[in-house]
Design a protein around this ligand. Structure first.
Ligand SMILES: C[S@@+](CC[C@H](N)C(=O)[O-])C[C@H]1O[C@@H](n2cnc3c(N)ncnc32)[C@H](O)[C@@H]1O
Length: 238
């Protein structure tokens, strides 16, 4: 449920990019790809995947996960804003930047590197933390002061205990991408409802899970609902 909509979008991005490139196997760079939650399935689909991540532990887990899946993923230790040192300029058909932007000290610098790593007709899949969802989630949990901070503080953090240092709106993301010379395409809200639904409603209920996925797919492009999603996804091109 948590990743179904992202994979649906990603499959479309990969198919379109395969058409642009005239080949099915794409060069994919996963900036901040961590333990390979996206990278390993992409490698299983036949793509050549490089993960760049500063965490040696994550890269070790990535290596194990790839070995268990019987695929090879190239892991490189490095920060997103030094992506070009790790992979070079204009090399990737697709760059993933999933759940990373919110952790960067300088998101614009990170996105500059992401934009330069992608080839001129390539695509960027950007997934990041949505600000308005944090406001709603803190308020629904009865933490109204934290909800107010998430709404009004620069950066959208709800306080010192917030594990996510920064959150974005679609306007923020669009402005950041435009600032690094990228054209913003499709925008989707990811997990509009999933994080609000008690797990007990889904446990052992495949029909309910599928119905929630269908609802998420419809809500992802709704002009109002997508803005309150836990994560915001944008496809961008150079
Ligand atoms: C929430 S995980 C996301 C992992 C993966 N992208 C995914 O979606 O499953 C965040 C990842 O960002 C990485 N990270 C943190 N700071 C980073 C930086 N400055 N540059 C690149 N990656 C970073 C972490 O090591 C971690 O693997």
């Amino acid at each position: 449920v948590r990743t179904a909509v992202v994979w649906e979008i990603l499959r479309g991005v990969l198919a379109e990019q395969a058409g642009v490139c005239g080949r099915a196997e794409l060069d994919v760079v996963d900036a901040g790809g961590g333990t390979g939650g996206f990278a390993v399935p992409l490698a299983k689909l036949g793509h050549r995947v490089t993960v760049v991540d500063p965490s040696p532990d994550a890269l070790a887990s990535l290596e194990r996960r790839a070995a268990e899946a019987g695929v090879r993923v190239h892991g490189v230790q490095g920060d997103a804003d030094a992506l070009l040192d790790a992979v070079g300029t204009g090399v990737a058909d697709v760059v993933l930047c999933h759940s990373v932007l919110e952790y960067l000290d300088d998101p614009a610098a990170g996105l500059t590197a992401v934009a330069q790593a992608v080839r001129s007709d390539g695509a960027v899949s950007l997934l990041t933390a949505g600000r308005l969802a944090a406001v709603a989630h803190r308020a629904l949990a009865g933490h109204f002061d934290e909800a107010l901070r998430a709404l009004t503080e620069p950066g959208g953090s709800w306080g010192e205990r917030d594990p996510i240092p920064r959150r974005f709106t679609f306007e923020d993301v669009t402005a950041l991408l435009a600032g690094v010379g990228m054209r913003v395409g499709a925008a989707h809200g990811i997990r509009v409802f999933a994080d609000l639904v008690p797990g007990a409603l889904l446990d052992g209920e495949p029909c309910a899970r599928q119905a929630l996925i269908d609802l998420e797919l419809a809500a992802a492009t709704h002009p109002v609902l997508r803005d309150v999603a836990t994560q915001l996804h944008v496809v961008a091109r150079r």
